[in-house]
Design a protein around this ligand. Structure first.
Ligand code: FAD
Length: 321
């Protein structure tokens, strides 16, 4: 059996979990084993129908009154106890913050390795894996041992493909044994960020501003450009660290991954950690005073100049077009 940890929002599976299920199904098919899912949290039972589309045969719903909100140790204990009962060949989780955290806890409890961010898996006594390192800028060939292999699927690398033969999964309830310590770290409050306009991850045009913008007011021109092009504003970590933009705007390894048709990078040097977040952009237009800036090499078009002059001119010419 392959046991897959599925994350969901109010009973709707997360995209990264559907991608992970596609990878996990490949592992299950290769080993001729059934694909089983475990879901945790409020409304978890609602995901079962969606999971049948991805070939899941049984869904275990972790049934515990205090697990509606995320608590990493409690989640990991539940997954570990279920895995101890079911003895799967592999436990697979999505390459999300939670997926990595939960599986790392499971691995630590079992004193064994886990492989994060896998994009290809060949099964055997040891699994042969291709996995991402350094935010996806490096691919590594690795081998993974252990009686139960523990791995996460890299987010947005395997496309979510429904199974050729959908299933009608059986739904089972699993009641973990959890003590108070399991809830020492837990989510206690949800706060929605008030994102206006087009969400960064879905925008077809993103206008990004870095340290070169010089301060929060400098973003007014970038906002205007984004509005004129029907896009969203992003930022580098340097700008976010300065407090010029909220963290939700950050593009990069520790921020949003964007895949617009056009990324206009203004006053951004093009550090590798930033490029990891915008490598999905079809086209990059860089505006930078430094002709040697790394972003210029990676851009399709570049304007070497001061963004405080170039962006207003761009806005003016779009407005009068
Ligand atoms: P700088 O590197 O200082 O570049 C500023 C650029 O603006 C320069 O190229 C300069 O020539 C240009 N400029 C200056 N004035 C003007 C002007 N008037 N007009 C036009 N151009 C001008 N960074 C991210 O962005 N996202 C991440 O998710 C991220 N994650 C990280 C994770 C780790 C573990 C680490 C170690 C770093 C991470 N970083 C991340 C930071 C990253 O390494 C860089 O430090 C950061 O991206 C630099 O931001 P910047 O390009 O805005 O600033």
């Amino acid at each position: 059996m392959v046991l897959a940890l599925v994350e969901h929002e109010a009973g709707v599976p997360e995209d990264s979990s559907l991608e992970m299920l596609t990878l996990a199904r490949g592992v299950a098919e290769e080993t001729d084993e059934p694909l089983t899912a475990v879901v945790v949290g409020a409304e978890a039972a609602g995901v079962a129908d969606d999971l049948g589309t991805y070939g899941v045969e049984t869904v275990y719903v972790v049934d515990h009154e205090r697990l509606d909100d995320y608590a990493p140790v409690a989640w990991a204990t539940s997954v570990d106890q279920l895995a101890a009962d079911l003895d799967p060949d592999a436990v697979v989780a999505p390459g999300s913050t939670r997926g990595h955290e939960v599986l790392a806890h499971v691995a630590a409890r079992r004193e064994q390795s886990m492989a994060a961010n896998c994009i290809e898996v060949t099964t055997g006594e040891e699994y042969e894996l291709t996995r991402q390192r350094w935010g996806g800028t490096l691919l590594e060939e690795a081998r993974l041992g252990g009686d139960t292999k523990l791995l996460t699927a890299a987010a947005h690398e395997v496309s979510a493909e429904p199974a050729d033969s959908p299933t009608e999964p059986a739904v089972e309830s699993f009641d973990p044994s959890l003590d108070e310590e399991a809830f020492e770290v837990r989510v206690t409050r949800h706060e929605a960020s008030d994102v206006e306009g087009v969400p960064l991850g879905e925008a077809r045009v993103v206008v990004g501003g870095g340290r070169g913008v010089g301060g929060p007011d400098g973003y007014d021109q970038l906002e205007e450009l984004a509005d004129l092009l029907g896009g969203a504003v992003g930022a580098s970590r340097a700008a976010v660290n300065e407090g010029w933009r909220p963290h939700d705007d950050q593009v990069g390894q520790t921020g949003a991954k964007i895949s617009p048709k056009l990324y206009v990078a203004c006053g951004i040097s093009g550090a590798v950690q930033h490029m990891v977040g915008c490598k999905g952009a079809e086209n990059i237009l860089a505006i930078n005073t430094d002709p040697e800036a790394a972003i210029i090499q990676k851009a399709r078009w570049a304007v070497v100049g001061d963004l405080h002059e170039v962006v207003p001119e761009l806005n003016e010419s779009i407005r009068s077009a």
